[in-house]
Ligand binder design. Structure first.
Ligand SMILES: CCCCCCc1ccc(Oc2ccc(Oc3cccc(O)n3)cc2)c(O)c1
Length: 254
């Protein structure tokens, strides 16, 4: 049991296909106690369904764009648990119009929205988690994609937001290390999620990576959950500011 007795907060489950749902399942199987957030009542049902197999999980609402909801979330965690060992950030959003066409046409609002939700939310959440992690230390994870490291057609403003997310994770790793808080990046290959279905050309990318990558297969939320559980565990005690690609090796190709 990699995560026995660890208290882990996971933000970003939308439904059973979510990467965060895969991470939650592996963490629960490895003995972790879980707090799962849902964006609003529309998502509560599907989060409850996923949580039925878990041992008394905390289900809490959180829209990271609302500061008061973030404060209320960590007040509840403090009240119920007293401390936090892990935080998984699996949140992103961009206007669908900004996920296709010419990047130069991105609107000011669209650019700011994508960065607000997909990048700024990481330092925001990390700052609130800090007092609950400081003593024993903790592990923070965020989810990126190759399009944040190099250009992937149509990914556009989300790629720029992911670049910001990845550098945010590294600056957080540098700043929070003295409190024994580690911050790492998991970069999955393309996975068929609710969010992915909103991106132009996603289907063809899925097939292309499967044909080209070293393992000749697509990756799934369980693959991501396995690596995430490792990074959340004491087995990764000296790993911080690191990116692990869970992409069947695709990123090594030209
Ligand atoms: C052209 C790139 C194909 C591979 C994309 C892999 C991927 C799939 C999903 C990802 O996560 C999101 C999350 C929200 C998001 O914004 C959305 C999603 C659906 C509708 C909408 O209005 N915005 C876009 C991507 C992501 O960051 C990366």
């Amino acid at each position: 049991m990699l995560l026995k007795g660890k208290k882990i907060l996971i933000l970003g489950i939308a439904n059973h296909r979510s990467i965060a749902a895969g991470i939650a399942k592996v963490c629960a199987a490895q003995g972790a106690q879980l707090a799962l957030t849902y964006l609003n009542d529309r998502f509560l049902k599907s989060v409850e369904k996923i949580a039925t197999d878990f041992e008394n999980p905390l289900l809490l609402p959180c829209d990271v764009n609302q500061d008061d909801q973030v404060v209320a979330l960590f007040d509840r965690i403090k009240e119920e648990w007293g401390h936090l060992d892990g935080l998984v950030h699996s949140i992103a959003f961009a206007d669908q119009n900004d996920l296709k066409g010419s990047f130069e046409e991105t609107s000011r609002d669209g650019f700011l929205l994508a960065h607000n939700v997909s990048a700024y939310s990481l330092p925001l959440l990390a700052n609130h988690a800090k007092p609950l992690m400081a003593e024993r230390g903790g592990s923070i994870l965020c989810m990126s994609y190759l399009g944040g490291e190099r250009v992937v057609t149509n990914y556009n403003v989300m790629g720029v937001a992911k670049a910001s997310l990845e550098m945010s994770a590294k600056y957080l790793a540098a700043s929070m290390g003295e409190h024994n808080i580690r911050v790492n990046i998991v970069s999955p290959g393309p996975i068929k999620t609710l969010a992915a279905s909103g991106i132009a050309g996603f289907r063809s990318i899925l097939d292309e990576v499967k044909e080209r990558n070293p393992l000749k297969r697509n990756v799934d939320p369980n693959d991501v959950g396995n690596v995430s559980a490792f990074l959340l565990s004491d087995f990764a005690s000296a790993v911080t500011g690191e990116t692990i690609h869970v992409d069947a090796g695709y990123h090594i190709l030209g």
